[in-house]
Design a protein around this ligand. Structure first.
Ligand code: SF4
Length: 395
């Protein structure tokens, strides 16, 4: 195993960061924050706000890369996964969502058991270690239908890790069954659920939430559900949807609330900043976040979330080029081969639906990093032809 602390200047971009030292030398507030990063001290809400609003991109990137190198060295992770969105019919109407369909709209679909099995067998054929399952909250489907989705996947191929249902979906299942979240989660675990993705967090600030997703699980419920999952031993991810109507203070507040829960449970694995895609949404008048903002959010997250092991540059949303550069701005994970992604492609993402393993390796190696295939729980995947086994946790 390569040294985690070695190669502090592995990334070619790191060399160009030397110019950002000038910014630190001439800005005493930035110098104070840089000193805290050097000393591995926690940054405050005010530090985060200053970084978001005032710091130049290269300084932000250099500081974030320093933390990323400390935590993950030269490693850059990816996984081999496949997506399943079992229905796009949804009772809610989040203004940023291009994926949802009305109950009777032509666009609406629902997967049958056979379609689910077919997707799982495709995953097996492709050597995927994970299936990522999220979808809409269908007006007419009861809790047993959602349980059945997980059961069919697990029975078709028990080896695949099932990462399924956002906090918003778990809250909906609680609403359907009138049972507590830990009961809902336990039912899902009993039929094969292995972990939870981080979607549905959007922006925690209540005022922003009321503008973009007023009806769905509020921020406290989202956090309570992840706490309940962690208490049951499920690892989960966390996200933040940025670049729409929110401001810097909302983003920093979001990161601080996640950090607080992680202090209590240590159950989050990865944080994924998600760039808003306006096409086909109720917010289509807004511009897409710029490349500058994408990199700033990766770097800010790495600096504020000192208790998260991983920051993911989700290439489907960022595009391969920005995701590659993000590996030098605090990110250590590119997500995966991602076959059958619908949610961001419906919102106008122009990225391919999937990348091959050689393509991911090239992106990572060109960024000066070492590609590591991981499973969902960040254990090394060891391949021998078409077979794979799971090794030790990498870091
Ligand atoms: S984001 Fe999720 S909950 Fe909101 S409308 Fe889209 S599918 Fe429904």
């Amino acid at each position: 195993m390569a040294s985690l602390t070695g190669g502090l200047s592995c990334h070619p971009l790191h060399r160009s960061f030397s110019g950002s030292m000038i910014a630190v030398a001439t800005d005493s507030r930035l110098a104070e924050i840089a000193a805290k990063v050097d000393a591995e001290e926690r940054l405050t809400f005010e530090d985060g706000l200053y970084l978001d609003e005032q710091a130049d991109l290269l300084t932000l990137g250099r500081l974030a890369n320093q933390v990323r190198q400390r935590k993950n060295g030269r490693y850059a992770f990816y996984n081999t996964n496949i997506h399943l969105n079992p229905t796009n019919v949804c009772v809610y109407r989040c203004t940023f969502c291009a994926f949802r369909s009305d109950l009777k709209a032509e666009k609406g679909y629902v997967f049958s058991d056979d379609m689910i099995r077919e997707r799982v067998l495709e995953a097996k054929e492709q050597g995927a270690t994970e299936i990522h399952v999220v979808g809409g909250l269908h007006h007419l489907k009861n809790f047993d239908w959602y349980i059945n989705v997980i059961r069919v996947i697990h029975e078709t191929w028990p080896e695949i890790h099932i990462k399924a249902w956002t906090g918003v979906e778990i809250q909906w299942f609680g609403h359907l069954t009138k049972k507590p979240y830990d009961w809902v989660l336990q039912q899902m675990m009993d039929v094969g659920l292995g972990s939870m993705p981080g979607g549905g967090a959007e922006i925690f600030d209540e005022e922003v939430r009321s503008q973009i997703c007023e009806h769905k699980a509020d921020s406290q419920r989202w956090l309570d559900i992840h706490r309940a999952a962690h208490d049951l031993g499920l690892r989960t991810n966390a996200t933040m949807l940025y670049g729409h109507v929110e401001e810097a203070r909302h983003r920093v507040d979001h990161l601080c609330r996640l950090r607080e829960l992680q202090d209590d449970t240590n159950g989050f694995q990865t944080f994924i900043p998600l760039a808003f895609h306006p096409e086909n949404t109720g917010l289509s008048h807004l511009p897409k976040p710029s490349g500058q903002m994408d990199l700033r959010m990766i770097a800010l997250s790495r600096l504020m979330l000192d208790n998260f092991d991983h920051i993911k540059a989700y290439w489907i949303m960022l595009g391969e080029k920005t995701a590659q550069v993000a590996l030098g701005f605090g990110a250590d994970d590119l997500d995966g081969t991602v076959v059958h992604e619908l949610i961001y492609h419906d919102a106008g993402a122009k990225t391919p639906e999937g990348l091959t393993v050689p393509q991911l390796h090239r992106l990572i190696q060109e960024a000066g990093c070492e590609p590591i295939e991981r499973d969902t729980l960040y254990r090394r995947v060891i391949r021998d032809g078409a077979k794979w086994t799971i090794g030790e946790p990498v870091c």
